[in-house]
Design a protein around this ligand. Structure first.
Ligand code: XIL
Length: 387
């Protein structure tokens, strides 16, 4: 513990010492939302336990550091609309209330997706495959009810999630198991299911911003396909405000060049860009996959969980340097970037402890399991140009 601290940067050491002196006027950890206030919003995903106030300190930290919130799970179809005639708004109501009380830009995630959607939604009528009319009616009811409930209160929605595969084609076919993930909404409705979903979301809340959200967006095939999607929607007069770039990244992927090119290319479309789910895994990738398909589960091989008791100082510094380089790019493209949202408040919460390899200890965020700032936090603060 002591030796680890000695090796951390002076800034973190200072924060640690000052942090122990609770109540002191001198106690002042920098704030992400403050240092980037002229550049972009800085958000976090809140888990359902956190929203319920059952994780001591998490909401306080979120309120201090962030000015935007996304629900990690509670607004996904399976959570909020588990049966055709059953909705559960307990967590999402609390989420929105907390966001309003704390002046947050509130994001809804996500309306139309092939994952975390209950089987009934994809089931056909009378044993037949799901038909277009039924599928559209289900999506409309879902969107009317969920978006309508938070009309004027949720400021932006991830309307469609992960519709395009790594080859730049629309996903289709039955749900399937990874790597043959299908898109039952496309299979039932056809190519225009995205357009229809955006139209319905706009009708349900004309003031809300509407986004398309995906992973691996730096792949050239996806840049092309997502650009065509956005251009096509705009040409038809369909409201689309932005592209959500998830950002489940690693220490060595995507390259800085790939990130840079991604912003430049999407920047030509004239829509807002946002990093919506940022985390940087510090663990060895089990294979060459870079996507974030939640159903891709790989069992741990030898050496796959190298840091069960904490991240060694040299890895802390590697993470800090990686975060600094990424945020320098965010600063470079700040004219196009509206928001940067981390996928969780602190390392203990991160889904990357269990994905793609279950049961590992990962360190992908800026705050550690004790909710203390890491050297990566100081590194990110150091990239801010506005203060
Ligand atoms: C993840 C959550 O973090 C996990 O808690 C859940 O078990 C699975 O989903 N892309 C997305 C997010 O759009 O909704 C996913 O969130 C991560 C990948």
């Amino acid at each position: 513990m002591i030796s680890t601290k000695c090796l951390l940067t002076a800034g973190v050491l200072l924060v640690g010492i000052v942090g122990m002196n609770r109540g002191s006027q001198a106690e002042e950890t920098a704030s992400l939302k403050k240092v980037f206030k002229d550049d972009f919003l800085v958000g976090t995903a809140l888990g359902t336990r956190q929203i319920a106030g059952r994780e001591a300190g998490a909401l306080e930290l979120a309120a201090k550091q962030f000015n935007s919130i996304t629900p990690e799970n509670c607004l996904k179809w399976a959570e909020v609309h588990p049966e055709a005639d059953e909705y559960d708004f307990e967590a999402s109501d609390e989420f929105v209330e907390w966001g309003e009380a704390n002046g947050m830009f509130i994001v809804g995630h996500t309306l139309v997706w092939h994952n975390q959607t209950p089987p009934w939604a994809f089931a056909g009528v009378d044993g037949k495959p799901l038909d277009r009319e039924t599928a559209l009616a289900r999506i409309k009811t879902h969107i009317d009810t969920v978006v309508g409930r938070y009309k004027g209160r949720i400021h932006g929605w991830d309307v469609v999630n992960e519709a395009i595969n790594d080859q730049g084609k629309l996903r289709t076919g039955p749900v399937g198991t990874w790597p043959n993930r299908g898109e039952p909404w496309h299979a039932a409705i056809g190519d225009d299911y995205i357009e229809q979903a955006f139209r319905m979301a706009h009708a349900a809340d004309p003031e809300a911003e509407l986004y398309y959200n995906d992973f691996n967006e730096w792949y050239p095939a996806k840049i092309k396909a997502i650009s065509e999607l956005v251009t096509g929607l705009k040409a038809k007069g369909v409201r689309i405000d932005g592209i959500g770039l998830q950002g489940h990244w690693g220490l060595d992927y995507p390259t800085l060049e790939e990130i840079d090119t991604m912003f430049t290319e999407y920047g030509k479309l004239g829509v807002k860009l946002m990093i919506t789910e940022l985390d940087v895994s510090c663990l060895p990738a089990p294979d060459s996959e870079t996507g974030a398909d939640i159903t891709r589960i790989v069992s741990a091989g030898p050496g796959q969980n190298p840091f069960p008791n904490g991240l060694p100082p040299e890895k802390q510094e590697e993470l800090a340097a990686r975060y600094a380089a990424i945020f320098q790019l965010f600063e470079k493209h700040r004219d196009k970037i509206e928001r940067v949202t981390f996928w969780g408040v602190h390392d203990g919460q991160s889904w990357r402890n269990n994905w793609p390899v279950p049961g590992r200890s990962d360190y992908p965020l800026l705050f550690d399991r004790k909710m203390q700032p890491k050297s990566a936090f100081e590194a990110v603060i150091g990239t801010a140009t506005s203060e």
